[in-house]
Design a protein around this ligand. Sequence first.
Ligand code: ZN
Length: 168
Amino acid sequence: MTRRAILEDPDPRLRLPSEPVDRFDASLAQLVEDLCDTLYAGSAIGLSAPQIDDRRRVLVMDLSRQRTAPQVFVNPTILSRGAARGLVEESCLSLPGVSAKVMRAVQLRAAARDAAGRPFERDLADMEAVCLQHEMDHLDGVLFTDRLSLLRRLGLRLVAGRASRAAA
Ligand SMILES: [Zn+2]
């Protein structure tokens, strides 16, 4: 069991784009295991590789009640989004103490590979759809607060916090 340290904003490593996985080997299996161990050590529903300082396009999520059904997405892509969008409250292990509602598609069809390299497609709805989009953003160096308006970021004091740190 390896619980890895989670990078927190404004760590610049969270802003780097991740690279597609082309080797489905023991190193990838270890990454998936570490992601699950780190996810289950806390109460979050999803975790991406860049948050534990790994540049591969891998994420895990588990929205099951018992937290015994991890979903592993390697090289995920979104094939289609439904027209319905919703405002859902999000938080992030890399932004402790911050939560806000983000507008996202609430129905989508995703394609990915599992840890063994087998391709699959899956329909996701509601929180699962939101979680996948949040974690996929991490693979592109995007944090959920980037998707808020400036006014709402000011409301969270993110901008003010950065300004005062920069001034200190
Ligand atoms: Zn996050």
